[in-house]
Design a protein around this ligand. Structure first.
Ligand code: FES
Ligand SMILES: [Fe+2]
Length: 374
């Protein structure tokens, strides 16, 4: 591709850029999590992918104080998360096993248990009933996990995570921790979020979709990459020329995804930046994305401070650009790919291992280590 064509791609009046141009500050934040005009049904958009299993972000650690109860809606289920006096987060389906009251509306924390607002039954994090204040005995069935579902909870990297598997299979891999998070040399998180009207798989596919970087993000030239698939982990190094207002810049982006919902990205070169993402399915066609950035303080607070902020702004802008497409995209099950599209089918085979059910067993069996380069 000629240099002139590269410049054209950067400066062309892409309609998506035009659409986002006027959005700033609070308006932009509201747009990122707001409803979408003319949203079409999942049926019309052929979105019928299962909700994948994995570890998923529920909230930031600093959003859940000791004794606090939060109501959440993920995995097409009502959930309640609370932090016991021992500091540990716990997650249950929100409906009380007694007469079905919603524990998120008036439920309170007692010790490490959650107490239902309706008749004060007290449940542990495994969903077992431990105390009924007005009764001498607890029905034996209730002493075992009695709530419809309890979820393994964990807390790393400044997030509360939930292990979700529709068949209640125990966690199949561990969460990765990053020592930059909370390290005195690194900044506190700068947080951003989006609601995307698209399935998890489509969002995760973005990293394998090599051709879109040029056209929708204005990255100059098709990037070179090494993408490695290894069991539940996908890692990549992407080397791209970024067409910036200050000319071409060589950028290296390393990213990894553990399972279906825990991506991280490292941007090196100009300013050391680590992005921890929490990508959580609200339903099979709606996804919550959190971006949490930490940067080396010496970069962020030194003379590079403006550039450090600009890097984060640019990454978020790229997600805005993708969201415009994702919110209205139809799912194409067997896409007509051509040279230059990137390893989209390899990615899909990898991602299918996170879908429950025997029909996906072959993708789990073939999830062995291999690298695809360009
Ligand atoms: S409905 Fe929860 S204690 Fe009765
Ligand atoms: Fe993208």
């Amino acid at each position: 591709m000629s240099e002139a064509a590269i410049e054209d791609a950067r400066t062309a009046p892409v309609l998506v850029w035009e659409q986002l141009k006027g959005l700033k500050g609070d308006d932009l934040k509201a747009w990122r999590v707001g409803e979408v005009d003319n949203l079409r049904s999942p049926q019309e958009r052929n979105i019928d992918l299962p909700i994948p299993f994995g570890w998923f972000a529920m909230c930031y650690s600093d959003e859940l104080a000791v004794g606090e109860v939060k109501t959440l809606r993920y995995f097409e289920r009502e959930l309640v998360v609370w932090r016991g006096e021992d500091g540990q987060p716990r997650i249950l389906d929100a409906y009380c096993p007694h007469l079905g009251a919603h524990l998120g509306y008036g439920g309170k924390v007692t010790g490490n248990m959650i107490e239902c607002p309706f008749h004060s039954w007290r449940m542990e994090g495994d969903g077992s009933v431990q105390e009924i204040p007005y009764s001498k005995s607890i029905p034996p069935k209730m002493k075992k996990p009695a709530c419809e579902r309890s979820y393994p909870a964990a807390e790393v990297n400044g997030f509360v995570w939930c292990w979700y598997h529709p068949d209640n299979v125990e966690p199949l891999y561990e969460l990765q921790t990053f020592e930059e998070v909370g390290h005195p040399d690194w900044t506190d998180y700068e947080k951003h979020e989006w609601i995307v009207y698209g399935p998890m798989q489509t969002i995760a596919e973005n990293g394998a979709d090599a051709a879109h970087f040029l056209y929708i993000h204005g990255v100059a030239g098709n990037p070179n990459y090494d993408i490695t698939f290894d069991g539940h982990r996908r890692t990549a190094e992407v080397h791209a020329k970024m067409g910036t207002p200050r000319g071409m810049v060589d950028g290296t982006i390393a990213y990894g995804v553990d399972g279906s919902g825990q991506p991280w990205t490292r941007f090196t070169g100009i300013c050391e930046t680590l992005l921890i993402s929490g990508v959580t399915p609200i339903s099979r066609d709606v996804t919550h994305i959190r971006f949490a950035f930490t940067q080396l303080k010496s970069d962020r607070e030194g003379e590079n401070g403006g550039v450090a902020k600009a890097i984060i702004k640019d990454i978020c802008k790229q997600l805005d650009q993708d969201k415009v497409v994702w919110d209205r995209q139809k799912y194409v099950d067997a896409p007509p790919l051509c040279a230059g599209d990137g390893p989209i089918n390899d990615f899909r085979d990898f991602f299918r291992q996170f879908y429950p059910g025997a029909e996906y067993d072959k993708y789990r069996e073939q999830a062995k280590k291999r690298t695809i380069s360009r």
